[in-house]
Structure formats: structure tokens, C-alpha cells
Design a protein around this ligand. Structure first.
Ligand code: AMP
Length: 610
């Protein structure tokens, strides 16, 4: 067996989901999900603070949210990397239990348990937890990773995800689109090839990707999606149905009350999950009413039942919206349903029987089975991370731009430099005569989206050319270069064609935090991680003797069965367990927790094979 200590620093793949997140790795050529330190394969994407001010993440935060919705922050991925607007803040009121607050660089911050936090810090706390889980699994520090993002994430959302990873102390080798990662996992595990469609319905977003998969080349042909369509919307249908059952006397108060609305949402989400396995779900929500101090304790309670059939009728408009997106994406790729050789389901919502039925009816065959739809993305990210480190060259990933990128021109229209579905990395150049009002600076607006009109596109910001000298004439053309990286982030350059001078530019719509604040958050997170890691370490030291006891019992059982049925294989397994036992004893002597973690993992995999 050789040494148990892996020569290489481990790498991980992270699926940072809206409702659930997962972390995976590849060992022995097989991708697998690393369980959390609580033993779960998925970690709820929830961060919270107890009444004592202690940070809780994942399951513990979800449990806290049941009791105190104002102390937790779920589903923050819906808003990460977006600019704060009044409309966004108002719309969020009916979706999440926390208020959205405008930050100094126009970013979204949230107020939870009395503290105001940037969303990249919330994501960093989630990422930090997954990092700690991976470190507990490997018994050593882990930095390098691949993180996935929804295909339709724009530049700002991708930049913010990178910022969150930085705060969490992670070294992101590459960000990959979620459906592409899932296709890599399905491709490896199920040996699927040909033209495939990934149907990715998560908690907050819906993505569709069409890929060609042949001999290790994963080439994205088209992507589509609806960034405002996900499991939360299905929950919302149930919430509306529940609200109709709240007695008239209380309905107004419940609608206004964040805590009551959160209780209804939790009840709705649980019922939706139950209905994936059962024909009927019972829902109960207590203490519905006004939770403000002036209420004299008048609350109502709701107990009701929902059948799968009725849920399907409530959710029908949403499922039709999913199909429309699929049809649009197929049309864009100039394909029909029959041209697709396999459909891959991704995202927790594809466990819903209605969604599976819909896919089966539309494509005339069931989706590929074999992977858990909520794990495929993390597994694919791990496969890609390993590929990047090994540089084995067995797989190549060619992704596409998921939005068109343009420059605003006169007359309120836009000129597209990079069109949607262009393979990335992509570079495009064009000459512009910017409006140089005031002569000392010039502004070129940058847009994203498919419309020809600026006011129907998303404004990414403005290229600001500063310090223009008076001698330089107003009509000097500026060459603008857009560079879209292989992970979908945009960089822009501008050169004065007469002088060749590259202009200093900035995209002013980016909502990245000030460097000093990032540094402060990095330190805070590092301190927290160090104290958690110390706790984890002492837990391993306490638990490891029990692992060795188990291994001793295992040796005795294996020896007995080898005596009864002698074979070279049986002898070999006995030898392997004995060797691990010896290494474990050395680890105890040296208090080497890395070695302990590795011995534990090896023993577990031997037991799984036995
Ligand atoms: P994701 O963003 O992939 O984690 O997807 C999470 C969404 O899937 C949430 O809306 C969950 O409520 C939903 N979900 C997860 N598991 C199930 C299930 N067994 N049945 C129905 N919906 C589920």
C-alpha cells in the first residue's frame, strides 16, 4: 500500500448553492462528496448568529431559523454581486427574512441579528465552513479549489463570488458554470457522450446548457436560463395557498410580519420536499401574526394538508416557464428535442416528480440517472479541479459567453462586441468616438444583455477615461478591447489610437468592497477558522482511539475469516488493516491529526470494500 500520506495537497470542488452547498474531491479516480463535520452530504446555505453572538452555519443555522428567522440569512446568493436598488429591496421583502441595505460602493448588504454584513462576507462564511469540512476530512489545510456559479451569473456576480472566496482564504483555480460542471460529472460517472442538455433547476435560478461531449472534450454550444426562476418560486406558490387559509382577521398582520412569512416559507418548502416521495404532505405553522412588541400575544395557527396533485396544479405555470426556456435555448442552438441524446438533471428541484414528468414528456425519454441531482455540480467541480492540478490533459472544457456584451452608442442603441454563446476566452476590439464633454474625461457606457436598446440592457458600468489633456482633440478614436476570460469575467482596455497611450479605466458599476474592508474580513475569517480548526483537531484526538479499537476488532474478524476461507486476497486485506493500525498508533504517539484523518479515511474505504 505504500505511504498513506498523499503526496499532493488536496484540491476540492465547491458548489455554492442558493439553498444548499456541497464540497467534493476526487480520490482514487472517483469523485465523491465530502460529508460535513455533522455527517451530512449537503450543507444548507444559511448563516446565523445565536442570541450569544456565536456564528452558526449550515444545519445549525437552519434550525436556529425555525425559532428566530431574524437571526439567520438564507438564500443570499440571490443578491450577491448585484447593485442595491429600491426595487430590489422591496421585492426581497416577500422572499427573504432580512432587509437589503445599500453599501458604500452600491453593493447589497443585509441586516441579520442586529449586524450589517456585506453579502460577500456571508458567502465567505459558507465557503469557510465547507473549507473546514474538507480540512477535517483530509486532516490538513486545503486552499485550492474550483467554485461553480450559475451560467447566467454576470460579471458583477462572478467578481463577488471571487471576493467571497478570497475572504474565505480559498485559492480559486477557476470558476466554472454549474451546468458545465454537472455535465463533467455525468460524463465521467455515466460515460455519457454526444449532444446533451443539462436542465439545472436550483433554489433560485434555472439554467439550461447544451453541450457536445466527445473524447474528453466538453464543448458548450448554447446556454439559456431564467435567473428569477427556482425552487423558492415553487415554495412561494404554496405560501400563497397557505395565506389564503389564514383567517381574515390575521392575514394583513401575517403578510407584514417577516417572522410569520418565514414560518410559512419553511412549512411550504418542507411540504414540497415531502411531496417528492409522498402523495400528501401535512403542514403546520404556529404563532402567525404580528411579532412586534405592541402585539398583545394574539397569534393564529395553521394546520393543513396538500396533495401532490394539487401542488402540481399550483406549480403548473412555473413548470411551463421552465419548458419555454428549454425551447428557447434549443431554438438558439438550432436544435429540436430529438437532437438531444441525453438529458441530465441538476439541482434539488429536479427531484420534484412534476419536473421529471415534464422533461420525460418533452424529450420522449427519461433523464440520465446515476447521480444525485444536488451533488452533480460539486462532483464535476472536483473532477475539474483535479484535472487542473494534474494537467493530465484528458479533458478540455470549452465554455461560452452567457450574455452579450456591448458598448452604448449614440441614439440609445448598443454595439455588441461579444455576442452571447461565443466560445470563451474571447477578445473583441472596436473603435469609438466617445463623448468628451468637458474635455478632461470621456465616458463609454458598457452594457450586458440581448436587446439592441441601451435602456433594455443591464448597465455594467462606464469606462471612464480620465486625464485627457486639452491638446488632444475631441474626435480622436479610442480603441476599446473587451476580454472575456474562460470563467466569464470581463476586463476592458482602452487605447488612444493616435498616441498609443493606454487609458486608465475603471468599470464603475463593480460593487467590490474597499481593499481595507476585504483585508479586515479576511483576518476575521482566518481567526474564526483557526479557532474552529483547533476545536476540530481536539475532537479528532478524542475520537481517534475509538477508530483504532474498531480497526483492532476488524483485524480479528478478518483473520478469523481468512483462516476459514484462506486466500491470498484475504491475507492481503489483513495485512493492509494491520499496516493502517500500526500507522494509526504512530499518529497517536506523534499527535499527528493529518495522519489520523488519512488512516480513518483509508479504513473507511477498506470497510466499504469488504
Ligand atoms: P439547489 O440550489 O440545487 O440546492 O436546489 C435547492 C432547491 O431544491 C430548493 O428549492 C429545495 O427546496 C429543492 N429541493 C431539494 N430537495 C428536494 C426534494 N427532495 N424535493 C423537492 N424539492 C427539493
Amino acid at each position: 500500500m505504500g505511504t498513506v500520506r498523499a503526496a499532493m495537497e488536496p484540491v476540492i470542488g465547491i458548489d455554492l448553492g442558493t439553498t444548499y452547498s456541497a464540497v467534493a474531491t476526487v480520490e482514487g479516480g472517483r469523485p465523491f462528496v465530502i460529508p460535513s463535520r455533522q455527517g451530512s452530504r449537503l450543507t444548507p446555505s444559511v448563516v446565523g448568529f445565536t442570541a450569544l453572538g456565536d456564528r452558526v452555519v449550515g444545519e445549525r443555522a437552519q434550525i436556529l431559523g425555525d425559532e428566530a428567522p431574524d437571526r439567520v440569512a438564507p438564500a443570499t446568493k440571490r443578491y450577491i454581486g448585484k447593485r442595491w436598488t429600491q426595487e430590489l429591496a422591496v421585492a426581497a421583502k416577500s422572499v427573504v427574512p432580512y432587509p437589503l441595505i445599500q453599501g458604500p460602493s452600491g453593493e447589497v448588504r443585509i441586516k441579520v441579528a442586529g449586524r450589517t454584513m456585506p453579502l460577500t462576507q456571508v458567502s465567505a462564511m459558507l465557503l469557510g465552513e465547507l473549507k473546514l469540512d474538507a480540512e477535517a476530512h483530509f486532516g490538513r489545510s486545503v486552499q485550492r479549489c474550483v467554485i461553480t456559479v450559475p451560467a447566467n451569473f454576470d460579471d458583477g456576480q462572478r467578481q463577488a463570488t471571487r471576493e467571497a472566496a478570497r475572504i474565505a482564504g480559498l485559492d480559486v483555480m477557476r470558476m466554472v458554470n454549474e451546468p458545465t460542471a454537472a455535465a463533467m460529472a455525468y460524463g465521467l460517472v455515466n460515460a455519457v457522450r454526444g449532444r446533451v442538455l443539462v436542465f439545472d433547476l436550483g433554489g433560485g435560478t434555472f439554467d439550461v446548457s447544451i453541450l457536445e461531449m466527445e473524447n474528453g472534450v466538453f464543448e458548450v454550444r448554447a446556454t439559456g436560463g431564467d435567473p428569477q426562476l427556482g425552487g423558492d418560486d415553487f415554495d412561494q406558490c404554496i405560501v400563497q395557498w397557505l395565506l389564503a387559509q389564514v383567517p381574515d382577521l390575521y392575514r394583513e398582520a401575517v403578510l407584514r410580519d417577516r417572522i410569520s412569512m418565514q414560518r410559512l416559507r419553511y412549512a411550504a418548502e418542507r411540504a414540497k420536499r415531502t411531496l417528492s416521495d409522498q402523495p400528501e404532505a401535512f403542514l403546520s405553522a404556529t404563532e402567525l401574526g404580528d411579532h412586534s412588541e405592541i402585539n398583545d400575544g394574539r397569534f393564529c395557527q395553521l394546520d393543513t394538508a396538500l396533495t401532490r396533485e394539487f401542488f402540481e396544479s399550483l406549480a403548473e405555470p412555473l413548470s411551463l416557464r421552465c419548458l419555454e426556456v428549454v425551447q428557447r435555448t434549443l431554438a438558439e442552438a438550432k436544435l429540436g428535442p430529438d437532437d438531444i441524446e441525453a438529458v441530465m438533471l441538476v439541482g434539488g428541484m429536479t427531484r420534484v416528480p412534476l419536473v421529471r414528468k415534464l422533461v420525460q414528456q418533452f424529450f420522449g425519454r427519461p433523464a440520465v440517472a446515476g447521480l444525485n441531482p444536488d451533488e452533480a455540480v460539486a462532483l464535476g467541480a472536483a473532477v475539474h479541479a483535479t484535472e487542473l492540478v494534474n494537467r493530465a490533459g484528458t479533458t478540455t472544457l470549452i465554455d461560452v459567453a452567457t450574455h452579450s456584451l456591448s458598448v452604448g452608442v449614440l441614439g440609445g442603441t448598443v454595439r455588441k462586441l461579444i455576442t452571447r454563446n461565443t466560445p470563451v476566452p474571447a477578445v473583441a476590439r472596436e473603435l469609438f468616438l466617445p463623448n468628451r464633454a468637458g474635455q478632461t474625461s470621456a465616458r463609454i457606457p458598457i452594457f450586458q444583455g440581448e436587446s439592441e436598446w441601451a435602456d433594455e440592457s443591464t448597465r455594467l458600468g462606464e469606462l471612464v477615461l480620465g486625464d485627457l489633456t486639452v491638446e488632444r482633440r475631441a474626435d480622436v478614436p479610442i480603441e476599446v478591447t473587451f476580454e472575456l476570460s474562460n470563467e466569464g469575467t470581463l476586463s476592458v482596455r482602452a487605447v488612444d489610437t493616435t498616441t498609443g497611450i493606454a487609458e486608465a479605466i475603471r468599470i464603475d458599476a463593480r460593487t467590490t468592497l474597499a481593499p481595507q474592508e476585504v483585508d479586515k474580513l479576511v483576518k476575521e475569517q482566518a481567526d474564526y477558522a483557526a479557532s474552529q480548526a483547533a476545536k476540530d483537531k481536539s475532537q479528532v484526538m478524542t475520537a481517534f482511539p475509538r477508530v483504532l479499537d474498531k480497526a483492532e476488532r476488524l483485524v480479528r474478524i478478518l483473520e478469523r475469516s481468512a483462516e476459514e476461507n484462506p486466500s491470498p486476497e484475504a491475507d492481503a486485506v489483513v495485512g493492509q488493516v494491520k499496516a493502517l493500525l500500526a500507522q494509526g498508533r504512530v499518529a497517536v504517539k506523534l499527535a499527528d491529526t493529518t495522519q489520523m484523518a488519512e488512516v480513518t479515511r483509508m479504513l473507511e474505504s477498506l470497510v466499504a470494500l469488504a
